[in-house]
Design a protein around this ligand. Structure first.
Ligand SMILES: [Zn+2]
Ligand SMILES: [Zn+2]
Ligand SMILES: [Zn+2]
Length: 427
């Protein structure tokens, strides 16, 4: 793919999406109101009328920000809403929008968000109107060697063959993720009243690097020659929430999405349409992950193996590499005074059992932060040693003063600073 035209992301295309989105909400609510009136469900009709009034009254500036038409931090981002389907006064006060990367965790089905003193629970994804379909991607994440690759699924008459042989020899089927570009929805109803503590997430998104380049040879990093780098590049980052490897159940007719099939919970004969009180949908549920991908600046670093320090137990190996990864990310932010939301990292298993550490800018298109990291890696590794010398937690653990951040909560219990401390002292 050529640089520049990816996703055809222009002001006018974003404006088009914004217009479509408001029209869709208006149409759905008007039809629901009419249907409720016809069934003499006047309470229901009143609820939809109040939602229509809320939609009309929303501030234009707020909406422009939601659709990335107002620059945030100087560059456009992909922002989606959790649409609050409620007629309560509080619902009129909240406008829940998140960057897509965060939304894939915070707005994921059955996860909860607190706003205006109430807890709002995601009940599904918003589907486009008419013939349009949400984009789907196929991805292969090898259970044997952890290699990751992905490609856009193109709808054809025949089902695309999705089994692939990994370079390690293992053959496996593709998983699929849906890109929920129109956002998420709560079910209709009042949010419950709560305190201010954030409810724990039931599922989390994870980032994966997809390499498209030819075979390349790593070379020593100028500022820190015991670490090697692959030539700098742009790369695709896929952010995927697969409901802890179980996928979500997603209705392709109404967008209803859940962690478990409703029949497991004893609900027979369909599921409730997310934005209605009285409509049952009998659409079929497919098992899908939810995800999104963007192209950005990437630096891939190859660190020496922790020989002698970590046994070959796969869990301990993974724990070591994740701890080193997050120590380097946190130290980079401290050393270069970068906001923790602007860079992130993941492990990439190019070949064999030793992963590379991939650092990437979290803004689509990239802002060059990770090239600063590479150019200052010597200082950053000294800072990493300081980070893992934390005095607030035990060596076989980690805390918010050293390795743990909001964005790596998925792996908090795997992060142990002591083994990284021993490793860095040995270099
Ligand atoms: Zn493999
Ligand atoms: Zn449905
Ligand atoms: Zn600590």
């Amino acid at each position: 793919m050529e640089d520049g035209d990816e996703n055809e992301d222009t002001f006018s295309s974003r404006l088009g999406v914004a217009v479509d989105d408001v029209h869709r909400d208006w149409k759905i609510l008007s039809e629901a109101e009419q249907a409720a009136s016809e069934r003499a469900n006047y309470k229901g009709a009143g609820i939809y009328q109040r939602q229509l009034r809320t939609l009309r009254g929303r501030s234009l500036l707020g909406r422009l920000g939601t659709y990335g038409l107002m620059p945030k931090y100087g560059f456009p981002t992909d922002v989606v809403e959790l649409k609050v389907r409620s007629s309560s006064w509080e619902a009129g006060q909240v406008e829940l929008a998140r960057d897509m990367k965060l939304a894939l965790t915070e707005f994921a089905p059955e996860n909860q968000v607190i706003a205006a003193g109430r807890v709002w629970t995601s009940a599904g994804i918003v589907l486009p109107l008419g013939e349009r379909k949400l984009h789907e991607y196929l991805f292969w994440h090898c259970q044997a060697c952890n290699f990751f690759s992905a490609e856009r699924s193109v709808a054809t008459e025949e089902e695309t063959p999705s089994a692939r042989q990994c370079h390690c020899g293992e053959k496996h089927e593709a998983d699929r993720y849906i890109y929920p570009e129109f956002g998420f929805t709560t079910k209709l109803g009042e949010g419950a009243r709560v305190g201010d503590s954030r409810p724990p997430a039931k599922s989390y998104a994870e980032s994966f690097f997809q390499d498209e380049s030819q075979v390349r040879e790593p070379t020593p990093v100028d500022s820190c020659n015991w670490v090697h780098e692959f030539p700098a590049t742009k790369g695709w980052i896929h952010v995927i929430n697969n409901n802890r490897d179980r996928d979500f159940y997603v209705c392709t007719s109404c967008g209803f999405s859940a962690l478990l099939h409703p029949s497991f919970l004893g609900e027979k004969g369909g599921h409730k349409v997310p934005w209605s009180t009285d409509r049952t949908c009998r659409g079929s549920l497919v098992r899908r992950a939810l995800g999104y991908c963007y192209r950005t600046d990437v630096v891939e670093l190859r660190f020496p193996k922790p020989s002698g320090l970590v046994s070959n137990d796969p869990d301990l190996q993974l724990s070591f590499w994740q701890s080193l990864l997050h120590a380097v990310v946190n130290a980079s932010c401290l050393e270069l005074e970068i906001d923790g939301r602007d860079i992130d990292g993941c492990l990439y298993y190019r070949e064999g059992k030793t992963p590379s550490i991939v650092l990437f800018d979290t803004s689509p298109g990239g802002a060059g932060f990770v090239f600063e990291v590479r150019d200052n890696l010597g200082e950053i590794m000294r800072r990493t040693l300081a980070v893992v010398s934390c005095s607030s937690c035990a060596e076989d653990s980690s805390c918010v003063a050293c390795l743990r951040t909001y964005s790596n909560q998925r792996v908090h219990n795997k992060l142990r600073r002591g083994v990284v401390l021993d490793y860095l002292r040995a270099q």
